[in-house]
Design a binder for this molecule. Structure first.
Ligand code: COA
Length: 260
């Protein structure tokens, strides 16, 4: 499938989703959001895809936010619909059983920071800049920024970023836990690919279970979350890959996983 505003490529079970509007710093137009929704569906439904890397085209931006030029004339109902649509797509990224890595190669502002936060982990280039500048436009974030930012970096730091709209650099983003790792710009994609390969090498049912459990516990009581983990542990124990993984370890040989 080809997309008007994305480059989509699959190599060695990893989908590369590149937001491709470099002249507009990869701002999320309505078309980008629609295309992202289809790309997320493609990742979910393609058995040959086991992980996805999201990044932006060009050297300057990951995504510099929602396309502000499309805000004019939106109205309250339209704006709410706009927010709900993007939010729903970002939520499907977060709930994906296949890992998403954001390779943040420049500005990740507004919807760009929110897209990165919806991914399971974030890697940044040294020139990356993060921010939620919506308050400067007179609105709050609309794609989950007020929820995911406090969860990732703590309420105090999140509120500072949300209310000032100030940008932070990659080093600061690393310090506060917004990104997992920082790399020189020319190494970012290769490092993201290396990490994705490490995930793809593991049995997909186990990877999916880790993602699902880590996600589900956010809204759960400790005892319920532990019970859910035990149930998944029991279920996964019977899979062919769990049997193979255990046998391979005990027999001191590399495991051959089949995805079952
Ligand atoms: N929506 C629409 N267009 C955007 C955009 C956005 N969020 N961010 C950047 N662009 C466009 C600019 O309008 C400009 O287009 P033009 O060349 O047709 O005038 C082009 O991308 C390049 O951006 P420019 O502002 O010239 O680059 P810069 O290096 O001077 O500044 C930023 C970079 C990121 C600081 C600045 O573009 C910016 O503040 N963008 C908006 C960020 C934002 O508020 N995002 C949240 C939206 S809810």
């Amino acid at each position: 499938m080809s997309y008007a505003t994305l480059l989509f490529d699959v190599r060695d079970a990893i989908a590369f989703i590149i937001v491709n509007r470099p002249d507009k710093l990869n701002a999320l137009s309505g078309q980008v959001i629609t295309d992202l929704g289809h790309a997320v569906d493609q990742v979910r439904h393609s058995p040959e895809i086991r992980a996805a890397i999201v990044t932006g085209a060009g050297p300057k931006a990951f995504v510099a936010g929602a396309d502000i030029s499309e805000f004019r004339g939106l109205g309250s109902v339209g704006a709410r619909r706009f927010s709900a649509k993007g939010s729903g797509i970002f939520r499907s990224i977060e709930k994906s059983p296949k890992p998403y890595l954001a390779a943040v190669n420049g500005f990740a502002l507004g919807g760009g920071c929110e897209l990165a936060m919806a991914c399971h982990l974030r890697l940044a280039s040294e020139n990356a800049k993060f921010g939620q500048p919506e308050a400067k436009l007179g609105i709050p974030p609309g794609y989950g920024g007020t929820i995911r930012l406090p969860r990732l970096v703590g309420k105090g730091r999140a509120i500072e970023m949300l209310t000032t709209g100030a940008m932070i650099d990659a080093a600061e983003a690393y310090r506060i836990g917004l990104v997992n790792r920082v790399f020189p710009a020319d190494q970012l994609l290769a490092e993201a690919e290396k990490l994705a390969r490490a995930m793809v090498a593991n049995p997909p049912l186990a990877v999916a279970a880790c993602l699902e459990l880590a996600q589900a516990q956010e809204g759960m009581h400790m005892d319920d979350a532990l019970a859910l983990e035990s149930a998944a542990f029991g279920t996964l124990f019977e899979t062919a890959d769990a049997k193979e993984g255990t046998a391979a370890f005990l027999e001191k040989r590399p495991a051959k996983f089949t995805g079952r």
